[in-house]
Design a protein around this ligand. Structure first.
Ligand code: NAP
Length: 260
C-alpha cells in the first residue's frame, strides 16, 4: 500500500529516543521529511544524520523543551522558514514523574502540576501552533500518543491516566471542530510496549516485566516498531476517513481484562 507520505512534512515531538524516535524512523522510511523536537542536542543530531543517510529525507532537529513557550516559538518559526508547511504532527511527550504511585498516594500537588504540564498542557499548546499550518493546505494529520490506561485502570498509573484522558477528550473536540478543513485528529493509546531501552532505574524490574507480559492477551510486550507502524498508518493518506478515534496498541490488554 502506498501511504502517500513522500514529501509530507511531519513534526514528531519528544523524539530523541524511545517511542518518538521509532515514529520518526517509521515516517522517514515512508518518505516524509521530519522535524524533531527534544532537549538532547547530541541524540537529535545523531538521529537526524541516521534518517538523512538511511531514508534520504530532509530532517530538521530542533533542540528545545515541550514545556517552554519560547521553544515553541522557535520550533514553529523554524518550520515555517525551512519548509513553509506542516502536514503531520505526532504529539509524543516525556513521562510522568517517577516513581509511579497508587492514586491515593499521589498527594503531592507538584506532581499533579508537573504531570499536567508534561502530558496535557504542552500538547494543547503545540496543537494550537500546528493547526494554522495545516489549515493553510486544507490537509493535516494530528496524532497524540496517550495510554491504554485511559481505557482501563492500570496499577500506579493515575497521573498518566488522568491527563491522557484529558488529551483524548481534547482531541475528540478538535476532530469535530476542524474536520471540515481536511484535518484528521486521532489518538494512539499504547500499553505494555517494551521499555528496556530506558536506563535501568527508569525501566521495569524483571518481576514487573513478567506481570506486564501476563496482562497482554498475546503474552508478550509490544515493540516500538509495532506502535510506530500504527501511528504511521494514521498519518497516511489512505487513513483519511479515520478521525476522532483512540486506537489501543496494547496487545489486547483491555479486552483480556474484560474477559476475566
Ligand atoms: N511504554 C509503554 O507501554 C507506554 C504506554 C503508554 C504511554 N507511554 C508513554 O509514551 C511516552 C514515550 O515513552 P518512551 O518509553 O519512549 O519514553 P523515553 O524513552 O523516556 O523517551 C521520552 C522522550 O521524551 C523526550 N522528552 C522528555 N521531556 C521532554 C521535554 N520537556 N521536551 C521535549 N522532549 C522531551 C526525551 O528526550 P530529551 O530527554 O532529549 O528531551 C525522550 O526523547 C511517555 O510519555 C510514556 O509515558 C508509554
Amino acid at each position: 500500500m502506498d501511504l502517500g507520505l513522500s514529501g509530507k512534512v511531519a513534526l514528531v515531538t519528544a523524539s530523541s529516543g524511545g517511542i518518538g524516535m521509532s515514529v520518526a524512523k517509521s515516517l522517514a522510511r515512508e518518505g516524509a521529511d521530519i522535524v524533531l523536537l527534544a532537549r538532547s542536542s547530541d541524540k537529535l543530531q545523531q538521529l537526524a544524520t541516521l534518517l538523512r543517510e538511511e531514508y534520504h529525507v530532509r530532517v530538521m532537529p530542533v533542540v528545545g523543551s515541550m514545556l517552554e513557550p519560547a521553544d515553541h516559538d522557535r520550533l514553529f518559526s523554524s518550520i515555517e522558514s525551512e519548509f513553509g508547511r506542516l502536514d503531520i504532527a505526532v504529539l509524543n511527550t516525556g513521562r510522568p514523574p517517577s516513581p509511579l504511585r497508587d492514586a491515593l498516594a499521589e498527594a503531592d500537588g507538584s506532581r499533579w502540576q508537573q504531570s499536567y504540564e508534561t502530558l496535557l498542557a504542552c500538547i494543547i499548546a503545540i496543537t494550537q501552533r500546528a493547526y494554522p499550518l495545516m489549515v493553510a493546505n486544507k490537509w493535516g494529520r494530528m496524532i497524540a500518543l496517550t495510554s491504554a490506561s485511559v481505557h482501563l485502570p492500570m496499577p500506579h498509573h493515575a497521573l498518566s491516566s488522568v491527563f491522557r484522558a484529558g488529551v483524548e477528550a481534547y482531541m475528540r473536540h478538535l476532530s469535530s471542530e476542524i474536520g471540515a478543513a481536511g484535518i484528521t485528529v486521532n489518538c494512539v493509546a499504547p500499553a505494555l510496549i517494551d521499555s528496556s531501552h530506558r536506563e535501568a532505574t527508569l525501566s521495569y524490574s524483571a518481576e514487573q516485566t513478567a506481570k506486564r507480559t501476563a496482562m497482554s492477551a498475546l503474552k508478550r510486550l509490544g515493540t516500538h516498531e509495532e506502535l510506530a507502524s500504527v501511528v504511521t498508518f494514521l498519518a497516511s493518506v489512505p487513513a483519511g476517513f479515520v478521525t476522532g478515534e483512540s486506537l489501543r496498541v496494547d496487545g489486547g490488554m483491555v479486552t483480556a481484562a474484560l474477559h476475566h
